[in-house]
Ligand binder design. Structure first.
Ligand SMILES: [Zn+2]
Length: 388
């Protein structure tokens, strides 16, 4: 008690003010975020409401062929209409603010690979959902949730090993001295044989990041090469401690369980609401049952709508996990200065608004605002208080 009365200062890193460029970037990105969500609602809505969906679904009487044909047209049109917005948001704006290092060819080929993956995924799985709807009109939401959970679970293993490398090159860390320190830190936290990777993100962006992904045999800590080049060793080790925190505190597991639970709820709501909508507006949409592939835009619209509603809770839980990882990283490394300096530096370099508004935090912030993270790193060092 006595020691906590002594105001301990653990580091003295000032919280940076957002520059006018950073504020303009912040407003631009918020506007684009709204447009992206509007597109996500508008595209399936137009498909459905014009009756185009019903016409497309009635091209052939053959069940499986009908679904495949529908999906090819739907996904390709979706990617085509989304292209201008993605081009503007991810290529033009990022270049305008000097944050991107991507060539147009690389941006475009990544977009095309993403579109093909979406189409491949849709062709591989959507017919299964419609088979479930057909076989079990009242329980399909339950079986579909189980199927989706199975896919999500498999993806956690598959993505880091097979999908991420389609976009970037993952290799061992180039700086062997740093790699040794990182592995030492990991093993001091009880993670043996931890896999540490470096990814060539400098081809895409000037911003910095690191993350943990996968679990079991595909579990790994990945550093963007951008973070390894421009940061002090203290900062990098704090970031490592933060990522180890996610790992040790089982955040991947918790978020997976959370996502499983939300999947059941989501599909149940989609099941209930889609039946009501189809019965009420059957003349407008030109089909009378969710069993037909013509209902796909309706299901997607409802999924988008409920996903949008879940954003505040998702972000809130994510911010809690991020704060826990910050605490863990500081406890493990005692690098308050390195942590606070890192936050201040990335805020400036990536044009972040250190103190975003409450609406931004509510809907968009998966991490605590940078100002809060700096203030916390400046003030949290109980190990100093315990041993004066
Ligand atoms: Zn984190």
């Amino acid at each position: 008690m006595i020691f906590s009365l002594l105001a301990t200062s653990c580091a003295h890193v000032p919280i940076p003010e957002a520059s006018s460029v950073a504020m303009s970037y912040y407003y631009t990105k918020n506007l684009l975020w709204i447009l992206e969500w509007l597109f996500l609602f508008a595209f399936p809505f137009v498909f459905l409401w014009t009756g185009f969906s019903a016409r497309l679904a009635s091209l052939t009487k053959r069940w499986l062929l009908g679904i495949f044909l529908y999906l090819v047209v739907f996904v390709l049109l979706y990617e085509l209409f989304q292209l201008p917005l993605s081009y503007y948001a991810d290529y033009i704006v990022e270049h305008k603010y000097g944050l991107s290092s991507q060539t147009f060819g690389r941006w475009f080929s990544n977009y095309a690979i993403g579109a093909l993956l979406t189409l491949g995924g849709a062709l591989a799985f959507v017919w299964l959902f419609y088979l479930l709807i057909k076989k079990s009109p009242t329980r399909w939401w339950l079986y579909s949730s189980l199927l989706l959970i199975g896919i999500e679970f498999t993806l956690t293993f598959v993505q880091p090993v097979f999908i991420d490398p389609l976009f970037n090159k993952f290799g061992p860390m180039k700086d062997k001295h740093l790699e040794k320190k990182i592995l030492e830190l990991a093993s001091s936290a009880g993670i043996e044989n931890s896999r540490v990777f470096e990814v060539d993100k400098s081809k895409d962006t000037k911003t910095k990041n690191a993350y943990v992904t996968g679990f079991g045999s595909s579990g790994r800590i990945v550093f963007w090469d951008t973070i390894l080049k421009g940061e002090s060793e203290d900062s990098i080790l704090f970031v490592t401690g933060h990522e180890i925190g996610h790992y040790v505190l089982h955040h991947i597991w918790y978020f997976m369980l959370y996502s499983f639970a939300s999947t059941f709820l989501l599909f149940y709501l989609v099941y209930r609401v889609s039946n009501v909508v189809v019965h009420r507006y059957r003349r407008k949409v030109h089909f009378g049952d969710v069993e037909t592939i013509a209902s796909l835009p309706l299901l997607i619209l409802l999924i988008s709508f409920f996903s949008f509603l879940s954003l505040p809770l998702n972000n809130y839980l994510s911010r809690i996990a991020e704060h826990q990882a910050d605490i863990y990283g500081l406890n493990l490394t005692h690098n308050n200065e390195g942590a606070a300096k890192f936050f201040a530096k990335i805020a400036e370099e990536s044009l972040m608004n250190p103190s975003p508004g409450p609406l931004y935090v509510f809907f968009r912030a998966s991490h605590p605002p940078i100002a809060e993270r700096i203030a916390f790193a400046n003030s949290y060092c109980p190990w100093k208080e315990r041993s004066p």
